[in-house]
Design a protein around this ligand. Structure first.
Ligand code: COA
Length: 271
């Protein structure tokens, strides 16, 4: 299907995408490149990141995707990463906070370190990267920030206390940042994807059990799993000028899934 977006709508835009080496954020990077942006993908795994960088640059007339290995939990590494971007590209227009970690675990067996690790990657990481980008660039130049959230904390989903707590914190940050950064022409929004086909998230949380996935599809009002492209197109929309009055919102991209899902929907046999 032909896209309704103008193919040059992100021309000259510079984007930093944490977690851009795989999954949904890889597809966001791919989409942003397709519409003209220069993209910096950042995550911990150097090899994965380099493979993604190579793949994403394929077919482009010049290199527009660059990888920066760094850990969103490490203030100094992110500080250096943003300096590299500003030195190389001279500006930063868009930040996507997508780096995340997750697994299934009952509360009774969740170690404090496991809880802390997910909180630190998802919530602290979102804070650290956003604050550094704001202080170094957005405060004086405006920009767009998008946090990748989820819907599992809307219903208190089983085995997901750590991720739900972290994403609830991120949803709160979306609002707080929208309020404080708005006067600096910085829009801050979230995207909460539902079950997205082909992602580590779905395979970890749902497993590859086809009958379970079929059951899940039947529960989704739009009767299909989402695609990474569904999420990437939402991110693209939030970045273009047609979305210029949207801030402080978290847009659910789940085909209506959370409205009909129960907290016991996760595939407990998988743990
Ligand atoms: N169940 C329960 N606890 C787990 C776990 C699981 N499946 N996986 C990790 N943990 C615990 C570890 O046991 C450890 O706690 P402990 O010290 O009490 O034993 C703690 O979490 C930290 O684990 P570690 O592997 O040292 O942290 P890390 O920073 O290297 O890894 C994770 C981060 C935990 C998120 C890891 O699962 C990961 O890297 N996942 C890949 C990315 C991903 O999950 N993407 C999700 C997309 S939704």
């Amino acid at each position: 299907m032909a896209s309704s977006f103008n193919k040059n709508c992100l021309d000259d835009k510079i984007a930093l995408i944490t977690g851009g080496g795989s999954g949904i954020c890889y597809e966001i990077a791919n989409t942003f490149l397709k519409y003209g942006a220069t993209v910096y993908i950042l995550s911990r795994n150097k090899e994965k990141l380099l493979r993604a960088e190579m793949e994403l640059n394929k077919g482009l007339s010049s290199q527009r995707c660059f990888s920066i290995p760094a850990d969103v939990r490490k203030f100094d590494q992110i500080n250096d990463a943003v300096d590299i971007i500003l030195k190389k590209s001279g500006k930063l227009d868009i930040l996507i906070n997508g780096a995340a970690g997750n697994f299934l675990c009952p509360i009774s067996q969740l170690s404090y370190n496991a809880f802390k690790t997910v909180m630190e990657i998802d919530a602290h990481g979102t804070f650290i990267v956003s604050q550094i980008c704001f202080n170094k660039w957005f405060e004086n130049n405006g920009g767009v920030i998008i946090h990748i959230s989820m819907t599992l904390h809307y219903t208190g989903t089983m085995l997901q206390l750590h991720a739900g707590a972290a994403k609830a914190a991120i949803d709160a940050m979306t609002k707080h940042m929208a309020v404080e950064f708005g006067p600096y022409n910085v829009r801050v929004n979230g995207i909460a994807p539902g079950p997205i086909e082909g992602t580590v998230g779905l395979s970890r949380l749902g497993g590859f059990d086809e009958s379970y996935l079929d059951k899940m599809r039947e529960m989704i009002p739009l009767r299909r799993m989402g695609s990474a492209e569904d999420v990437a197109n939402t991110a693209l929309f939030l970045c273009i000028s047609e979305a210029k009055y949207i801030t402080g919102s978290t847009i659910v991209v789940d085909g209506g899934h959370w409205l009909t899902s129960s907290s016991s929907i996760l595939n407990i046999s998988k743990i």
